[in-house]
Design a protein around this ligand. Structure first.
Ligand SMILES: CC(C)(COP(=O)(O)OP(=O)(O)OC[C@H]1O[C@@H](n2cnc3c(N)ncnc32)[C@H](O)[C@@H]1OP(=O)(O)O)[C@@H](O)C(=O)NCCC(=O)NCCS
Length: 177
């Protein structure tokens, strides 16, 4: 019997964070970097436990996205993975069901960059594909991120959105989306 628990990074001990990191490294294999791990810290984690085994992880962290002339307080979903031998049993949906209330309750917009595996999970839950251009606010100005066009999904909140408009994310080390 599995159980989903949520906790802020500050409330997770080192051993739990290490389990989460190992799960993510295994799920994303060679694509996983130290930056990817760091991007999922500093917000609220959802952890799927089966006894003392961690079988799923996701988190939501705060970012600022520019859209329609505003800097939207954005809940950004990061580091979503279910252990390979436990997929296709609804744990991914459970993770999202735990994170979405955080997004809806604390942010004006939800956003994420989906892998091919993840896209079906998100669209089935009402996340919408961003149709317009994507970009990033670098230290030297706005730069297009065309490679990410089509892979960004949003959960609309209080902020008015034009899905065919431009969505510009804030700057960070590693992958910006
Ligand atoms: C994406 C990922 C997190 C999904 O996790 P998951 O636990 O398999 O997700 P779910 O079980 O909730 O949903 C997956 C599918 O199983 C189906 N499913 C859910 N419960 C089921 C059950 N009891 N029996 C059969 N199928 C079931 C869902 O309907 C869904 O089907 P669909 O793909 O046809 O829409 C997982 O594939 C993963 O970790 N991938 C590698 C990392 C990754 O890409 N993460 C996403 C980053 S954006």
């Amino acid at each position: 019997m599995s159980e989903v628990r949520t906790a802020h990074t500050a409330d997770l001990d080192a051993a739990t964070l290490e389990l989460a990191r190992a799960l993510l490294e295994a799920a994303f294999t060679s694509d996983w970097t130290d930056h990817d791990w760091e991007h999922g810290l500093g917000g609220v984690h959802a952890l799927v436990w089966d006894g003392d085994e961690l079988i799923g992880h996701g988190s939501v962290v705060q970012r600022r996205f520019l859209h329609g002339g505003r800097a939207l307080r954005t809940g950004y979903i990061e580091a979503v993975a279910v252990r390979a031998d436990r997929r296709q049993r609804g744990h991914g949906a459970e993770l999202m069901a735990a994170l979405e209330p955080v997004v809806r309750g604390a942010y004006e917009l939800g956003a994420l960059a989906a892998t091919a595996d993840g896209a079906r999970l998100y669209t089935a839950r009402g996340w919408q594909q961003w149709q317009g251009r994507t970009s990033v606010l670098t230290p030297t100005g706005i730069a297009r991120t065309e490679a990410e066009d089509g892979s960004i999904y949003v959960l609309p909140g209080a902020a008015p959105l034009d899905l065919s408009g431009e969505l510009c994310c804030d700057w960070r080390d590693g992958d910006v989306w």
